[in-house]
Design a protein around this ligand. Structure first.
Ligand SMILES: Nc1ncnc2c1ncn2[C@@H]1O[C@H](COP(=O)(O)OP(=O)(O)OP(=O)(O)O)[C@@H](O)[C@H]1O
Ligand SMILES: [Mg+2]
Length: 354
């Protein structure tokens, strides 16, 4: 399986936009690190069992019929394995995959170029697909539905429409915001799946797998301790294993035990629920300055000097899932669990808010 990226930098741009705090050097490092531990097969892809089972059946059926897979859309918070899963599917189909992202498809010729370069059965992966512009979407509709491109040539009176057939390909779209996808685009995906946060048990497996690839010694309890603070997210679990392994090496005897993990993560300001300084600052701000909310996300972002998208895509999904934050039509508010987690008195909260 060949993985061809039409823009080697797109993942970097992607990360920079999502998390403006990350510096360029660390993005390069992160990307290489992520690729070195990315599962390539369903056996190595931990968790998401219901989704995996459905996909395996769909893939086997497509292979039996000798047809390409239906177009697939994966959505869910960052780091849950959408890109990884696209690679696994390609491997299982024995198909090549071309990887790109919506911001790299700004001009019509970008999307036309990539569609015309596809071979039969090939997979086209478009990350951040909710960010496709209208023109690109309209080029994509007939390509997805009937496998052809409508091209216009000439000017004003002499305009001619040309129908260019395309080989049958599979589009895999990924997005952190399914709601931001236009209805017509969403309707053209045969299969739509939400990726779930991972359980502690699943994350422990991810951690042990990564540790063994990187030759890091870790105990069962050590893996569980890191898993508990990984916000249900394999990408975070993997980063934490690396960080904790540094502490294990320098401050301890090289083995990650639960004691080593808890000691290191406390120093890194990652609490027992995996919340970091930004998450706690967000909850604190709503409690202290806005009586627990509701307050708009733009106001929160401005007060914290954070990017709205980072808060919406990275912080919020987990805070909502953990039950510390609630979303209302008038803005975000902190739940009684959120108050308790920060050691604040819940009596101060107007009961009617909940
Ligand atoms: N199911 C899994 N099993 C083991 N490791 C996983 C799994 N899912 C993700 N990972 C690890 O987490 C890292 C991040 O996954 P991936 O890049 O696929 O996330 P994503 O959902 O595409 O994130 P984004 O929305 O930021 O693009 C990968 O490098 C991979 O090593
Ligand atoms: Mg991705």
């Amino acid at each position: 399986m060949a993985i061809i990226s039409d823009d080697n930098n797109f993942e970097n741009q992607n990360l920079k936009q999502k998390n403006p705090i990350i510096k360029t050097e660390s993005i390069e490092y992160d990307k290489t690190f992520e690729n070195s531990i990315r599962p390539k097969t369903f056996e190595d892809y931990i968790g998401q069992s219901a989704l995996k089972e459905t996909l395996k059946i769909t893939i086997e059926a497509a292979k039996l019929r000798e047809k390409p897979l239906d177009h697939l859309l994966f959505y869910g918070p960052p780091g849950l394995g959408k890109t990884t899963l696209a690679g696994v599917i390609a491997e299982q189909m024995g198909a090549d995959i071309k990887i790109t992202s919506a911001p790299a498809l700004e001009r019509p010729r970008d999307i036309i170029g990539i569609l015309m370069s596809l071979k039969g059965g090939e997979i086209l992966f478009i990350d951040e697909i909710h960010r496709l512009n209208k023109v690109a979407e309209e080029i994509l509709y007939p390509a997805m539905e009937d496998f052809f491109l409508d091209m216009t040539t000439g000017k004003s009176q002499t305009v001619k429409t040309l129908r260019v057939p395309l080989p049958k390909f599979t589009l895999i779209g990924a997005t952190t915001k399914a709601g931001a996808l236009s209805g017509p685009l969403r309707d053209r995906f045969g299969i739509i799946h939400r990726l779930q946060f991972y359980t502690i048990e699943e994350l422990s497996k991810v951690i042990k797998r990564t540790a063994s690839i990187l030759d890091i010694k870790i105990t069962e309890d050590g893996a569980v301790a890191i898993a508990k603070r990984s916000r249900g997210t394999p990408r975070i679990a993997n980063r934490l294993v690396k960080r904790v392994s540094d502490f294990a090496l320098i401050k301890f005897d090289g083995v990650i035990t639960d004691e080593v993990a808890n000691y290191s993560l406390d120093i890194l300001n990652i609490d027992e629920f995996g919340l970091d300084t930004t998450d706690r600052a967000l909850l604190n701000l709503i409690i202290e300055k806005y009586d627990g909310g509701p307050v708009g996300i733009e106001t929160i972002a401005a007060a914290l000097s954070e990017d709205v998208r980072t808060l919406e895509d990275v912080c919020e999904p987990y805070l909502l899932q953990a039950g510390f934050l609630q979303r209302t039509p008038r803005g975000r508010k902190v739940s009684p669990e959120g108050y308790r987690h920060l050691g604040k008195k819940v009596e101060n909260v107007q009961q009617s808010l909940f």
